[in-house]
Design a protein around this ligand. Structure first.
Ligand code: FES
Length: 155
């Protein structure tokens, strides 16, 4: 299977029942990411062709919204909150400790594809500040020790 087939086959299933209209670019990008784990360059091309929207505009949409990932993500997607509530309760110390534990900087993925580390403005769990999310699970009321302990048993 070629790289193009690996992208086109799942996208053909996503396209089923859709009309191929410009308004479908965002839902198609979301569906592609859900299916492929990220939005590869080839997916941008295929979505552009299907919707009739220039590839440069599809790329523009995909890069405008932080939700779209254009590179493969690690198996564990770590998001550390940098919002105000978390900041005043020691969020910076959590970030420093996790960066050291994972040996990653912000917006990086480990070479073994185990972790992707990102920071976000607020994860919507301010009452639990400071907090972080791993694969959609929220961990709250953290200190640096509790935060690093989250990663000791991840495979
Ligand atoms: S500020 Fe951190 S969850 Fe809202």
């Amino acid at each position: 299977m070629t790289e193009i087939d690996a992208v086109e086959s799942p996208l053909r299933e996503i396209f089923a029942g859709r009309r191929g209209e410009p308004a479908e670019v965002i839902p198609l990008l979301q569906a592609a990411q859900e299916r492929l784990g990220y939005v590869p360059r080839e997916a941008l091309r295929v979505i552009a062709r299907f919707t009739g929207v220039p590839e440069s505009k599809v790329y523009g949409v995909a890069t405008f919204y932080a939700q779209f990932k254009l590179t493969p993500m690690g198996r564990h997607h770590v998001m550390i909150c940098r919002g105000t509530a978390c900041h005043v309760r020691g969020g910076a110390r959590i970030l420093t400790a996790v960066k050291r534990e994972l040996n990653l900087e912000e917006q990086q993925t480990s070479p073994d594809m185990k972790y992707t580390l990102e920071t976000v403005a607020c994860i919507g769990a301010c009452a639990l500040a400071p907090c972080l999310v791993v694969n959609k699970k929220v961990y709250g009321r953290l200190n640096p020790q509790k935060a690093t302990a989250i990663f000791t048993q991840k495979e």
